[in-house]
Structures are given as C-alpha cells and as structure tokens.
Design a protein around this ligand. Structure first.
Ligand code: PLP
Length: 409
C-alpha cells in the first residue's frame, strides 16, 4: 500500500511539534562503559563522541547496580538454564521459578501478602487500574502524577465524572475531593506517585492515609490507597523501603514500583493483599496478554533485591543519600535554586527554557549528562536541570559537576 498520503500528514504533525518546541531531539547512543577507577566513578562512551568519557548525572540507577557483576552473573545463570525468553505469557507456562521467587521476595520486602511482576512499572500501573476500577469506582489523583497513572485511568475507562484531582501534595485539597465523591460510589481509589520524578519531593503519606481512613466507612469498598513508588523503592529510606519508610507510614494498600531504576534490573511490580494481587492476576490485561520479563531479568532482580536488603545495600543507600546532601548543599552555595527534599533527585531550577538548553549543552561539552526539563514536561516557569545522584558517584565526580555548574552559570 502506498503510504504517501499518511506520510504527508505525519510530516506535518512532526512539523507542528517542531514549531511548538516540543519535538524530542534524536537519542544519544551509549556505546561503551568505563568502570570506576582512581577515585572516579563510572563513565560512558557515546556514539559520535570518540573516546570522550561522560559522567551520567541523569540515571535512575541510584545505587549503581546495573553493572554489578552479581546481577550480570544471575542474569547469565538463569538464561543458560532456561533460555532468554519465557516462551509465552505467564498463564501459558511462561512462569519460571525465578518469576515466582522474585514475587515472593518482593512481597516480603514490602511487608505485603503477595506481589506480581509486570514487564515494567508502566504496565503495572495500567494493570492495577484495569483490575481494580469498575463503573462505580471513583479515582482521586495528585495533579502531578506520572503519565503511566494518567493514561492507566483513561485506558481503564474511568469516566471523567468519576475522577478527582487534588493539588500537588495538598492534603486539604485531597480531603475536598474525598468529600465531593458523589453518593452511590462504592469504591474510592486514591492514587499518587511516592516520589515525583520532576521535583524529587515525596507524597505526605501519613496525612494522605489518615484522610482516607477517616472516610473509609462511607463507601461499600472503602477508600483504597495506591502509591507508585518507582523512584522511591531501593533509592531512599534507611532500608530502601522508599516513601512509606521516609514518610513514616506503611499502611498503604497497594504499592506499584519498578525494578528498572534503583534496583538496576528490569521489570515492574505490584504488591498488596492476597485478594488484590489475585484480582490483578485475573484481570490485568498487561499481565495476562503479554510476556513477563525473561528468566534472566527476574534472576537479576532477585540478585539486586538480595543486595539492597543487606548491610551492603543499606550502605549504598546511605552513600547516595550523602551524595545527594553534598550536591544539594554545593549547588545551593553556588546560588542555584532547588526544591527542598531528601531524595537523590535534585532539581536545579533555572526557570527559563533557553538557559536550561544552553546549560545542558554546556554540561555536555564538559562531559556531563544532565536532563533539561522544559514545558510541557514541567509547567512554564519551572524549567529545570534535573540532577540524579548515585551511590557510584565519587566526591571528585560531584566536585567536578559543581565546579562546572559554577563555571557555566
Ligand atoms: C512514577 C513512575 N512510574 C512509572 C514509571 C515507569 O517505570 P518503568 O520504566 O518501569 O515502566 C516511571 C519512570 O519514568 C515513573 O517515574
């Protein structure tokens, strides 16, 4: 079939993105990894940049585990034993001992009865929304929730009149939304990010849970809280339990999260009570109709979880926390504005698109990879350079980045 007619339409849509300044730049391609040496953390080589080493200040790998030999070994062992592909979806004998073991360990890690893994957290959010929402469900979300939650609610078919949105981290506004739920609604779900990845701040879990508990009895199925702690799990909290640990509130009903950030592995998951997880298993299309991660990826997840939940892992979490504090204080001393927080995401607020672009380019020229966040990813006026710290960064790395920020200011 000729594609000439659609080609013209698509080119014009791309042109429109260009005009609006929201067309994504071509992707940079990582072609090499240089392990840490001589007081310097790992570096990366990029296509077209020769042997110039780059320092990643924009990775979700908060503990630096993705290149850990134990994860690589685990992936290799399971792949050699069972192959690199599960062969089919979970229900059609695609479940291996590694998938099952990982689910048991994740549930135990979060103190939950059960867990299910998905190919990624995006799919986990989608699956949970599909499984738990019905026609008499009312869903209340933080206005800055991740795209996967926003989309999930649309795809799950939650009608517009059954949705409430509260101002970011504003519990009084959440209470207003809860009190506005119409009569006849049987189930209320309050869903929010644990850590907001554009800002590095976290949900006031204790106050949110208290507000929900107060209204629980008004609804046949009560008020269910779901936290997507993709940036929190394994990244912060003394034992890596993420936002529930940092906020001092573990009584959240459902946790969705990823193995693809601080854990340095692959996949997403949901943890909760046995009935919630069984309904997810029965109803979540993104669990039922799609392959799980490979046995190797599941075993890498297991290896990572064992490290995270050990003295060594807690040491890494303490190290990334110390790095975040050091960088945050250094960048503020240089006169830059940040959003207060304790998470290894440190947003450097520039509040100007052109300056963000110029500074990200200058950092790149100095061998530093950082991410510029501009509208529509963040509201106009909140343009930011997002820095993400890792336990693998050394003090020399951070001093170099701070010195460079000072120079290009
Ligand atoms: C809050 C949140 N949820 C979900 C995701 C998606 O994670 P995954 O890459 O595992 O799909 C992200 C990643 O950007 C995120 O920040």
């Amino acid at each position: 079939m000729p594609t000439d007619r659609i080609k013209a339409a698509l080119l014009s849509e791309l042109e429109e993105l260009e005009q609006r300044g929201v067309r994504k730049a071509p992707e940079r391609v990582v072609v090499g990894y240089l392990p840490a040496r001589e007081g310097r953390g790992p570096r990366f080589l990029l296509a077209g940049q020769g042997d110039k080493p780059f320092l990643k200040m924009n990775s979700n790998g908060y503990l630096g585990l993705a290149q850990d030999p134990r994860l690589i070994e685990a992936e290799d062992t399971a792949s050699r034993e069972l192959g690199v592909n599960p062969g089919a979806v979970r229900f059609i004998d695609g479940t291996t001992k590694y998938h099952q073991r990982l689910e048991e360990r994740l549930a135990a890690f979060h103190g939950c009865e059960a867990a299910k893994i998905f190919s990624c957290a995006y799919m986990a959010n989608l699956g949970v929304a599909i499984a738990l929402c019905n026609k008499s469900t009312y869903v209340i979300s933080d206005e800055l929730n991740h795209n996967s939650i926003v989309r999930a609610l649309r795809i799950a078919g939650v009608p517009g009149e059954n949705k409430g949105i509260f101002k970011h981290n504003d519990v009084a506004d959440l209470e207003r939304c809860l009190d506005a739920v119409p009569a006849g609604i049987q189930r209320v779900i309050v869903i929010f990010d644990g850590v907001f990845s554009m800002r590095g701040d976290y949900a006031p879990l204790r106050e949110i849970v208290a507000a929900c508990k107060m209204r629980h009895r008004r609804f046949r199925d009560g008020v269910l809280t779901i936290v997507d702690d993709s940036h929190g799990t394994a990244a912060y909290g003394p034992t890596g339990r993420g936002t529930p640990e940092v906020a001092g509130e573990s009584d959240v009903d459902v946790i969705t999260s990823t193995l693809g950030k601080a854990f340095g592995a692959e996949g997403g998951y949901v943890a909760g009570t046995a009935e919630i997880i069984e309904i997810v298993r029965q109803r979540a299309d993104t669990y039922i109709y799609t392959n799980p991660v490979s046995p190797g990826a599941a075993n890498a997840g297991l290896a990572s979880l064992a490290i995270v939940d050990s003295d060594e892992g807690r040491g890494k979490i303490a190290a990334v926390k110390a790095n975040a504090e050091y960088f945050r204080s250094g960048i503020e001393t240089l006169g830059f504005e940040t959003i207060p927080g304790v998470h290894p995401i440190v947003p450097v607020l520039i509040r100007d698109t052109a300056r963000v672009r110029a500074m990200v380019k200058a950092l790149f020229e100095h061998g530093i990879l950082a991410t510029g966040l501009t509208f529509p990813v963040v509201p106009v006026g909140d343009e930011t350079i997002r820095i993400q710290l890792s336990a693998a960064h050394t003090r020399a790395d951070l001093d170099y980045v701070l010195e460079t920020f000072g120079r290009i200011k």
